[in-house]
Design a protein around this ligand. Structure first.
Ligand code: HEC
Ligand SMILES: [Cu+2]
Length: 341
């Protein structure tokens, strides 16, 4: 099933889950039609059949009908539950990125999309991806709320200041597809779009090698960490280490001062850099300065990617890996006090 040409003006379906979204929409439309026609018909038929024929007639009284009431309860119940089920399935598929996805970082900015690949390639308002591959986007914005939307893939997600949001898709068909900002974001909002280029795997490999890649996000993060921002002066192991351990923390539970715990996901790492005082790791002094205003969103993405790489997570952009991390099993990884404290 490649195009949807039987529906005029509809972008073709070009991702694995696109048909599910369409099926749900057509189901909703079918229900609306199935209700609208009998209701409008009833308005006319009843208007004629029960019109006033005689002044001040007393109509026959009715005291309820079990059959009628049961029917008009059960039918809507079944319909709303099937809508719920369909919606839940679509949501479940779309908003849980698979763990093996290729990672792409997206930073929205009035009025463009800045995109960086794991291999370091950067693009603006263009996204090149291979066909038949899970692609996971980790997104944030430098300024206001935006929304990353690819109609042909039937997917979109808000891009929110101060937060990471995620989107994933698996494109089924090579081609060029429109990409939009779907959240009004100021004067040139309508121009904030571009194209997704879905390429065969060979073409994509050629595209990757043909593009200046510069530093990968992990390399960029390491450079910031060790040189430009001086994080290493506190966090680089050894006897002088004053900063908390960063190796192996990703997706693990971190014990905080005061006894609570937090899972070290993207959002936590980001917050630790911008607002270190918000959550102090147990056993450490709150000496880490804030880096708010000193790092751009793109640099933050790189720092997070680097810190995740210290946990052997080649990937970034995942939400906490689903059920694997049970608190009991993972706590020791970080709760063991550093030897050099
Ligand atoms: C002055 C020393 C110092 C500097 C510089 C510093 N940190 Fe920290 N960092 C700490 C300390 C101490 C902690 C633990 C206390 C806390 O949670 O604030 C910490 C905690 C963290 C955590 C949470 C770790 C965990 O195990 O939960 C992250 C992530 C982090 N730092 C990243 C960075 C990055 C990235 C930089 C550079 C941009 C940086 N730090 C610079 C001292 C420092
Ligand atoms: Cu926008």
């Amino acid at each position: 099933m490649q195009t949807n040409s039987w529906v005029p003006f509809f972008p073709e379906q070009a991702s694995t889950f696109a048909w599910q979204v369409d099926a749900l929409y057509f189901y909703l439309i079918a229900i609306s039609v199935a209700f609208t026609i009998p209701i409008v018909a009833a308005v006319f038929i009843f208007g004629l059949r029960y019109r006033e024929r005689e002044k001040y007639a007393t109509p026959e009284e009715m005291h309820g009908s079990i059959v009628l009431e049961t029917v008009w309860s059960i039918i809507p119940f079944v319909i709303s539950m099937t809508i719920f089920l369909g919606g839940a399935i679509v949501y479940y598929n779309q908003y849980r990125p698979p763990d093996d996805g290729m990672n792409v970082y997206v930073v929205g900015k009035q009025w463009m999309w800045k995109i960086q690949h794991e291999g370091g390639q950067r693009e603006i308002n263009e996204l090149h991806v291979p066909v038949d591959t899970n692609v996971k986007l980790t997104m944030t914005t430098e300024d206001v709320l935006h929304d990353f939307s690819i109609p042909a893939f039937r997917t979109k997600a808000d891009v929110v200041p101060g937060r990471y949001t995620y989107l994933w898709f698996n494109a089924t068909k090579p081609g060029k597809y429109h990409l939009f900002c779907a959240e009004y974001c100021g004067l040139n909002h309508s121009g904030m779009g571009g194209y997704v280029y879905v390429m065969s795997k060979e073409d994509f490999a050629a595209w990757q090698s043909g593009n200046v890649s510069g530093q990968t996000p992990v390399e960029q993060g390491r450079d910031l960490f060790e040189n430009k921002l001086g994080c290493a002066s506190c966090h680089a192991g050894g006897p002088q280490q004053r900063g908390a351990k960063l190796e192996g923390i990703f997706n693990k539970e971190i014990k905080l001062v005061g006894g609570s715990t937090v899972v070290a996901d993207d959002a936590y790492i980001r917050e630790s850099i911008l607002n270190p005082g918000a959550k102090i790791v147990e056993g450490y002094q709150p000496i880490m300065p804030t880096f708010k205003g000193q790092v751009t969103e793109e640099q933050l993405v790189a720092l997070v990617a680097y810190i995740k790489s210290l946990s052997g997570v080649a990937d970034t952009g995942g939400q906490p890996a689903a059920p694997a991390a049970t608190p009991a099993a993972t706590a020791p990884a970080n709760s063991a006090p550093p030897a050099n404290r």
